[in-house]
Design a protein around this ligand. Structure first.
Ligand code: ADP
Ligand code: MG
Length: 292
């Protein structure tokens, strides 16, 4: 494209709520054939809510929520908000902990009342040899319905399972079907567990799921798609997504996302909708007039 049409493209993008940080990105976007989405906060609303709580090994729900809230008060993860909201509903206030640690893509740990407490996904609890047999059936049922299952262990003993749901944005499925009609292959990339990711992907209309990946694994996944000859646009919102955004051929951040993602991305969606991705890609191909 000539510089004049690039300038026009940037102007038209702004009208559509797509902020262009790098004008070259619009040209590069015309070559893309694959759109990779982060799940949480990108395809979903990013406002997870607790929908069920199971307790084990003699723990009661009051105690379980107290431990979980103690841990999550220092976390910025969207799942932490769901647990803290539930605690607030029960008028449980978080107490201070020691040795707090965030394990990216896994969960959080701390010492509470001289006890080692873990809160996070299956992989985290398995790393610490916590027996999960009793939670197996609730885990399977809930994750097959698209819920995220968060495990709590105290002194290596399974204490509770928190079931948390983060529904798709209202227009995600419609925007993805628009991208399908435009001919793109649609991929979901997430740190969440496989079954949960598959259920949500099915509801959204995603072609390929890459689940259970740590932040560094997200970069690897993009590299692999590129090695298969694919030109990839990555759409993300979180701090965890910044390296993957940088690796992609073109990067798009949700405007509601973290500052890091927005600083990394070439394009930023000011409307919190995947329709912005379809708009930006149509615009880059010069076919926007014909779409919608
Ligand atoms: P995503 O790719 O969906 O943004 P993350 O990489 O941030 O996911 O996290 C992957 C998984 O690790 C989450 O689905 C959750 O099971 C677990 N996890 C991470 N942080 C926390 C936390 N603060 N509390 C509970 N679970 C967590
Ligand atoms: Mg995320």
């Amino acid at each position: 494209a000539t510089p004049m049409s690039i300038i026009a493209g940037v102007g038209r993008s702004a009208e559509l709520g797509v902020l262009v940080r790098d004008a070259d990105a619009l040209q590069k976007a015309a070559e893309v054939d694959t759109v990779v989405f982060d799940k949480t906060g990108t395809l979903t609303k990013g406002e997870p809510k607790l929908t069920a709580l199971y307790t084990f090994n003699g723990f009661d729900s009051q105690t379980a929520v107290q431990f979980a809230a103690d841990l999550e008060q220092s976390s910025t993860h969207p799942l932490a908000k769901a647990i803290l909201e539930h605690a607030a509903d029960l008028r449980i206030s978080p107490q201070t902990v020691s040795d707090f640690r965030t394990l990216k893509g896994l969960g959080v740990t701390a010492t509470i009342q001289h006890k080692a407490v873990l809160l996070g996904n299956r992989a985290l609890l398995e790393q610490h040899s916590v027996a999960l047999t009793e939670a197996e059936s609730s885990f399977r049922q809930e994750s097959e319905k698209g819920a995220t299952v968060v495990f709590l262990a105290v002194e290596q003993m399974l204490a509770a399972v928190f079931v948390i749901r983060d529904p798709l944005r209202d227009d995600t499925a419609a925007a993805l079907s628009r991208l399908h009609r435009q001919g793109y292959r649609l991929v979901m990339l997430t740190g969440d567990q496989e079954k949960t990711a598959q259920a949500i992907a099915k509801e959204a209309g995603i072609d390929q799921v890459i689940a259970g990946v740590l932040p560094e694994g997200k970069v690897q996944a993009i590299r692999q798609l590129q090695a298969q000859g694919r030109k990839v646009v990555m759409v993300g919102d979180g701090i965890n997504d910044a390296p993957a955004l940088a690796q992609a051929n073109v990067s798009i951040a949700m405007g509601s996302g973290s500052d890091v993602a927005i600083e990394t991305a070439e394009l930023t969606l000011m409307r919190h909708s995947i329709h912005g991705v379809a708009d930006a890609l149509s615009l880059s191909r010069g076919t926007l007039r014909n779409m919608k």
